[in-house]
Design a protein around this ligand. Sequence first.
Ligand SMILES: [Fe+2]
Length: 383
Amino acid sequence: MAFRVNSVKTSFFGKGAVSLLIPELKKMGVSRALIVTDPFLYQSGAADYVGEALSKAGLAYAVYHQVQPNPTVTVVNECITAAKLLQIDLLVAVGGGSAIDTAKAASIVTANGGRVEDYEGVNRSAKPGIPIVAVNTTAGTGSECTSFYIVTDPVRHSKMAMVDPNCMVTVAVNDIELMMSMPPKLTASTGLDALTHAIEALLAKGANPMTDRDALWAMETIWEYLPRAVRNGRDEEARTRMAYAEYAAGMAFSNAGLGMVHAMAHALGGHSNLPHGVCNAVLLPYVIDFNAQHSAEARERMPRISAALSLPDGRPYTLVQALRRTAAEMGIPGTLKEMGGVSREDFGDLAGLALKDACMADNLYTPSADEVISVYENAWTGK
Ligand SMILES: [Fe+2]
């Protein structure tokens, strides 16, 4: 078995880890940065917290603070324009997946030319993007350590999934100081996104012993510490463990791939602008149930997930029920109907989008359009 593992060159972890950037930035030989963040983090002072480290390292910087959840081509293009006008040589993403993915897209297009849309798919760029420092504020998307990024095309109402090692950040920072103020709902949805990464990575076609190790450890850790982080955001140990686990889950899926949960969640997010973590958390049990019925290989791997979650047996049914119960305890809707923002009439279009998504190719079983619709239906009715 031969396989490739991509990883970020340098990653910093722990409370106050942003300060470790100062000597690192001095070594990088960069002088002009653009901080890429969202309006909330800009106003909350998170961008200033990182900006202070940039100043101490001798960098001049400007701030682009218009990133939105499910960032669109328009947002990325604004960021590219700012980067070119200001002649920056470093992008500094401050935020969760939306800010980091915006920076990745801007980095690739700035270095390679063309349009964002040109890079949809797998390995589409010729050369690495301009350097990125990713200061992650959620736990989370794992975007700070993955070779994936997602941009919404507002014309086609779809999410474009880009898989490309050239987009990987140069330095990743997981400073829990920036994660402590996440509200319980965001902690839950981003944490369950990370759990979905770990589970899908273990069930992906590209799984290997290295990614299995990261995925299983991430599942075990998230299962233990996410409920604590949701209950008490100031629980430093829970926040710290979650930061490690979401990174490990990111490493796992970046190198193994994802699957049908993400393909279906991307379709929902792009079509109806729904939050990524919640879409995954709602869909996960229904897709596990579907994959258990249709793929012998998936069924064979599932007891390893159940063991990592300390479930009493390895049956897919027990796993599905445990996932549903845990999500409900964290305030996640049990069905798409309860979640809202989407209607049953959209399922045909959504299935078409999900089948085209790059993550679907990683699923052990390739479903038909009718089968994808049936999973959306189950997730609607709670069957
Ligand atoms: Fe995700």
